[in-house]
Design a protein around this ligand. Structure first.
Ligand code: PXL
Length: 280
């Protein structure tokens, strides 16, 4: 199998394990080439830190897209996450239009918020733009907060299996787009994802043990493992199961070692679990 290649459009936060500092090592460990297209450079992520620096990369992004196009680069997936400005959403949409093929997969993690609240740097216009970007995706990976924004329903209504199944159906745009809705707990003590696969019309729940803490960057860990598994040829359900299990293991380790939660999950010692032997 030739090495799959992913264009990863996320911020680079120097400290606090999220976005590109999660996506690059995870995709590499999975045997997938990750080509980063940074949306912003921050000193830390925006959750749990104050006075972080923020360098918007919007102007640079269009130039990178043009250069990559001139090299005739192709990608097995385009995987986007945290965005830095409203104008940037148009740049990412242009990137998708430039590099989309009938074969490749557009995976949009519509990063906007968590715990019912929007992240500090996101404006209402950016959230509206994120919904338009998600419309271009083959696969979206919202958490419950982001699903509420995308569906324009109160966060509190996304509770219980029946409501969540209806939400996933709506998020699938009547079956046109695959969905991995994260942070879904269908049984006490469990958490995971509810997945709709547009390839076969099936909705499947993936559940693992719940580790009770507010972790940072677990959405990025989940979506990165999911992306790696999808480009390696796994089904959405299998990809989500691998992603949920890896997040659980990282969360458990971080909690057991009593590590500072704002530093993200301590995934590095566990990366070997994602590495398959060459002929697998
Ligand atoms: O994990 C999502 C994320 C990504 N990037 C930045 C963030 C956050 C969440 O807080 O602040 C910069």
């Amino acid at each position: 199998m030739t090495t799959p290649r992913v264009a990863a459009i996320h911020d680079m936060s120097g400290f606090g394990r999220c976005s590109l500092t999660v996506a690059i090592p995870i995709l590499s460990a999975m045997g997938v080439q990750c080509c980063p297209l940074p949306t912003a450079f921050l000193s830390t992520h925006t959750g749990g830190f104050s006075n972080f620096t923020f360098l918007d990369m919007t102007d640079e992004m269009a130039k990178v897209s043009e250069h990559w196009k001139s090299l005739n680069l192709t990608f097995d997936a385009i995987y986007s996450g945290f965005l830095g400005s409203e104008r940037q959403i148009g740049v990412v949409a242009d990137f998708i239009r430039m590099f989309r093929t009938p074969e490749n997969r557009i995976i949009v993690d519509p990063v906007m918020g968590d715990g019912g609240r929007v992240y500090q740097t996101y404006t209402p216009a950016m959230c509206a733009g994120m919904a338009r970007l998600a419309d271009m995706a083959d696969v979206i990976t919202p958490n419950l907060t982001e699903a509420a924004f995308l569906l324009n329903v109160p966060y509190e209504t996304l509770r219980g299996e029946k409501a969540l199944r209806v939400a996933v159906e709506h998020l699938s745009l009547s079956g046109r787009r695959s969905v991995a809705l994260t942070g879904v707990s269908l049984t006490a003590g469990k958490t995971g994802a509810l997945c709709f696969d547009a390839a076969n019309g099936r909705t499947d729940a993936v559940q693992t043990d719940f580790v009770a803490h507010e972790f940072h960057g677990t959405g990025d860990v989940f979506s990165s493992v999911l992306t790696g598994a999808l480009v390696r040829g796994d089904s959405l359900r299998d990809a989500a199961a691998q992603a949920a299990e890896f997040v659980r293991a990282c969360a458990e380790r971080t909690a057991t070692e009593q590590l500072p939660l704002r530093e993200g999950v301590d995934f590095e010692p566990l990366l070997g679990r994602l590495t398959k032997k060459e002929d697998d």
